[in-house]
Structure formats: structure tokens, C-alpha cells
Design a protein around this ligand. Structure first.
Ligand SMILES: *Cc1c(COP(=O)(O)O)cnc(C)c1O
Length: 502
């Protein structure tokens, strides 16, 4: 054993020093600070629409390139190292999807009429079809711009379905391990939320479920595998309990990366689901998006989906008997069209959703194909189980799917997580779900190889062995050190103007 190896026999972690571009106490200045010169504007616009001065920055190309490169070096991303942020599926996004999204033909004004956007509509219809097949759903709307928006939309669809049947229901059941957005979406859609306590093993407890479900239950929202990375083995019985009470089963698709090509929510009995394209299907996320949270429903719920919806023209003429000129593609129509589902919940986003995110998902799914997707989820599961087996932490329950939740025990999970940055690892998700003490929710994803997983394990273990003083001041090797999280959350200053006004 070399001197470099730790006396306690643990693997030696890598260390990481983040770039620090400073002048005195100042970090890399904003472009507007460097180039705040005022540009006089004298144009034909009406007076009430013009300003006397317009503050436009004027850097040269190399200055611009260096500015953004420096900013990226002072940040941590999926291209810096592993990013095991549990439940968020932060994986490296293959660059070819960006190339596809950057094709000139993908840049279309959203107001272009269907006849002149047939290629775009065909792409949307194809993605709807792919997602429907991956999820086992009869119809898919691409409109919601995020997972949370998909949840809200899906619950609106469930509400519209019940109301259409003259069945007023007032409650949504949500397990205590669920993501906070589940509670929020149910409440925003006007429901009372019934929290379902998990069983000893971290899964849904069937007795507790029986007790929570009633004729007031509009839906149960479930994440499967759940946020502990555990598959709900009783899913068929869970579906029976909810359906027998007349409720619907909602699938939170944030953890779909564990199931791709292996199992389908629709086959498990789920009626409504969302996909997080920015987690599972190749869009970088964090820092507010953009993302996409398409909603899938079983066939009987299709007419409640948001409007407009893309479909093949023939499908319309078959379903509502319309025929004649408009259904003939040669009569000036084209094969695809937007239509308004009969009992639609309305619009949930401007135009047709975040189109370029949709393009990336389509490119990714088409490139990987059935086998590639199944292989990705198999490796995601293998990686999570391997990493869980390598770290010196208490890891309750198992075997896992794509993620696991380790407990930092008597240490502060947030401090342990921040310390990992010094070892070149993005912190895992911390302190959630609350049913695990000092939780470190960890999702390595399929993109990491064994060497990286071993490095990750070394970082976990090194942080675990660091003393309290080190942990309390961590991170020490990053550009920005320990920040005041409470002030950042309560008193955010989100623009350079806000800083200027200090
Ligand atoms: C990320 C996540 C959501 C919300 O998705 P967004 O796209 O961030 O709005 C919902 N549920 C779970 C389990 C998640 O991890």
C-alpha cells in the first residue's frame, strides 16, 4: 500500500480544485459591467414604446468566449464529473441531440399553420407514439413544460374524467416518500391531499392504502420505483384497491430511467402518467429548465388531454366520421393536424410545449431504439446497486433500482454532500425522503463506468471520515464556498440590476 493510500485502508479519493477567476474581491465581472456603454436609439417607434437609452454590452468574440468559458469553469456540471443527484437523473446528454435540435429546419415559428409544418407535426406525432409505447399509454400530450406541470395536467385530466361521469371526488392520496410537487399539484388542482405513510420496508403498505382510499379518492399518485429506489412489488394489488374504489392511478415518471424497455406503467395498471424528458431523455436540466413533461393517458382518457393535440388526419376521419375534402391529404391538408380533444382540459402552456426539448428526446429515443433504451436502464440499475454495495454507509433496504438512499447517520447529510464537491463529485440529493435519517439520495445513472463509480465510492467514504470542522466549512476547493442558503432562498437577487440597486 503506497503512502498515498489512506491509513484506514479506504480508497484514495480524487481531489478537485475549481477555477477561480477573480480580480481583488471581485469574480469575473458581468458583461454589462465590462461593457455598460449607453447606445442612443433614434428610431421610428412610437414615443411610449421607446427608451432614450439602451444598455447593450459590446464585447468582442474572444472576450465573449472567454467570459462564458470562465463562468463554466466556476460551476460544476455533468461534463465536470459524476452528478449523482438522486431522483433528478442528471446524466450526460449526448451531443448529437443538440445537433438535431440546432438543424435550421427545427426552427419554426409556432404560429406556422399545420399545412406548412407537416414535418414538425410528423415529428410530434412520432414522439407521442414512442412515448405511448414506452409508457404503455394510449395517447400522449407533449404540451406540459416540466414534470410538475405534467402532474398538474394529469390531475386536471383525472378531475375532468370524474366530473364528466358526474362523480365528484375531493381527495388525492400521496405516499410520504413522494416528491413535493405531487402534493402541490394535487392541491393546485383543488384536491385535499391524503398522505400515505410508508410501510417498514419503505414501500406502500396495503393496509394503510385500504384505510386511505374511499369514494372520495380521485387518484393515487405513485412513483415506481419509488424515491428510495424500491420497486412497488404489490403494484397490481395497489391498482386493484384504487380502481375498486373508483379512483385512478397516476404515475410520476421521474424515475422512468429505471424501467425503460423493461416494464411499462400502463401494464402495471396506471391510467395517467408524466414523462420528464429532461431527466430520462437527453435534455440537460437544473437551474430552471427548459424541460418537458408530456402526459400519457390510457385510451379512455384521451379526449380530456390539453389542446391542441397532434394527430394523423385519417385518425380523425375514422373516429368522428368526418370525411371529404379536409381528410384528404392532397386537398391542401397534409397528413397531420392539430385538433381539440372533445372534453379537453384546455391549454396548459403557450403554443405546443418546449419544442426543441421534444426534438432532443425524439432524436435520443430514435438513436437508442428499443434495445438501447433497455440497455440504458439495465446499466442504471446495475450502477446503483454496485455503488450501494461499495460505500461505507448504512443503506437501508434493497436491492435497488436506479437509485438508493444512504444514511449519513449522526453526521449532517448536507455537510457530507457539500464536502463531496471537494472530491470532484456533485452532491447527491439530501435530507429527502424524510423517512431516512440524514438521507443521501444517490443516482449514479447508466453513463458512469466502473472507474468513475469507484471514484464516487471513494468520495463518499472520504467525506464520511472527515472531521466535523472540515465538514462544517466545506466545500473548500470550489470557487464559491459555503453559502448562506437561508438568505439565498428567502432573499434571492436574481438579476444584475438587483445587485446594482444595493
Ligand atoms: C423531478 C421530480 C418531479 C418534478 O419534475 P420537474 O420536471 O422538476 O418539475 C416529480 N417527481 C419526482 C419524483 C421528481 O424527481
Amino acid at each position: 500500500m503506497s503512502d498515498d493510500e489512506r491509513a484506514d485502508g479506504g480508497r484514495r479519493p480524487a481531489t478537485y480544485d475549481q477555477a477561480r477567476w477573480t480580480r481583488g474581491d471581485e469574480y469575473e465581472p458581468l458583461l454589462s459591467e465590462k461593457h455598460g456603454e449607453r447606445v442612443e436609439v433614434d428610431g421610428p417607434l412610437p414615443d411610449d414604446l421607446t427608451r432614450d437609452e439602451l444598455e447593450l454590452p459590446g464585447p468582442s468574440e474572444p472576450e465573449l468566449a472567454r467570459h462564458y468559458t470562465r463562468l463554466s469553469q466556476m460551476n460544476y456540471g455533468v461534463e465536470s464529473g459524476p452528478y449523482p443527484l438522486g431522483s433528478c437523473t442528471m446524466k450526460y446528454n449526448p451531443k448529437f441531440t443538440e445537433d438535431v435540435a440546432a438543424l435550421p429546419s427545427a426552427a419554426v415559428h409556432p404560429d406556422r399553420v399545420d399545412e406548412r409544418a407537416q414535418g414538425i407535426l410528423a415529428a410530434m406525432a412520432r414522439l407521442q407514439d414512442y412515448l405511448g409505447r414506452i409508457g404503455g399509454m394510449g395517447a400522449v400530450s407533449l404540451q406540459p413544460p416540466a414534470g410538475a406541470a405534467g402532474e398538474f395536467t394529469g390531475i386536471l385530466v383525472a378531475r375532468a374524467y370524474h366530473e364528466h361521469r358526474g362523480d365528484e371526488r375531493s381527495e388525492i392520496v400521496v405516499p410520504d416518500t413522494a416528491h413535493g410537487t405531487n402534493f402541490a399539484s394535487a392541491a393546485m388542482a383543488g384536491y385535499d391531499v391524503v398522505e400515505l405513510p410508508s410501510g417498514e420496508d419503505g414501500r406502500v403498505d396495503l393496509d394503510a392504502l385500504e384505510a386511505a382510499v374511499s369514494e372520495e379518492t380521485a387518484a393515487l399518485m405513485l412513483t415506481n420505483p419509488n424515491t428510495l429506489g424500491l420497486f412497488e412489488r404489490d403494484i397490481e394489488e395497489i391498482a386493484h384497491v384504487v380502481h375498486d374504489a373508483g379512483g385512478l392511478l397516476y404515475y410520476d415518471g421521474a424515475n422512468l430511467n429505471a424501467l425503460l424497455g423493461q416494464a411499462r406503467p400502463g401494464d402495471m395498471g396506471f391510467d395517467v402518467m408524466h414523462f420528464n424528458l429532461h431527466k430520462t431523455f437527453a435534455t440537460p436540466h437544473g437551474g430552471g429548465g427548459p424541460g418537458a413533461g408530456p402526459v400519457g393517458v390510457r385510451e379512455e382518457l384521451a379526449e380530456f388531454l390539453p389542446t391542441p393535440h397532434v394527430r394523423e388526419r385519417e385518425a380523425r376521419s375514422a373516429s368522428d366520421g368526418a370525411s371529404g375534402e379536409r381528410s384528404d391529404p392532397r386537398a391542401g391538408g397534409g397528413e397531420y393536424e392539430f385538433y381539440e380533444p372533445e372534453h379537453t382540459v384546455g391549454k396548459v402552456h403557450g403554443f405546443h410545449g418546449n419544442w426543441l426539448v421534444l426534438v432532443k428526446a425524439l432524436a435520443y429515443i430514435a438513436r437508442l431504439g428499443d434495445e438501447g433504451l433497455a440497455d440504458a436502464s439495465a446499466k442504471a440499475v446495475l450502477n446503483a446497486n454496485y455503488l450501494a454495495s461499495q460505500i461505507d454507509y448504512e443503506v437501508p433496504h434493497g436491492p435497488f433500482h436506479h437509485e438508493f438512499v444512504a444514511s449519513a447517520g449522526d453526521q449532517d447529510a448536507a455537510a457530507v454532500a457539500k464536502r463531496m464537491l471537494d472530491y470532484g463529485v456533485h452532491p447527491p440529493t439530501t435530507k429527502w425522503p424524510e423517512i431516512v435519517d440524514e438521507a443521501l439520495m444517490t443516482e449514479p445513472t447508466e453513463v458512469e463506468n466502473k472507474q468513475t463509480l469507484d471514484d464516487l465510492a471513494a468520495a463518499f467514504d472520504a467525506a464520511r471520515r472527515d472531521d466535523d470542522e472540515t465538514l462544517e466549512s466545506a466545500p473548500n476547493r470550489t470557487t464559491v464556498r459555503r453559502i448562506d442558503q437561508a438568505s439565498a432562498a428567502r432573499n434571492p437577487r436574481l438579476s444584475w440590476q438587483a445587485l446594482d440597486e444595493e
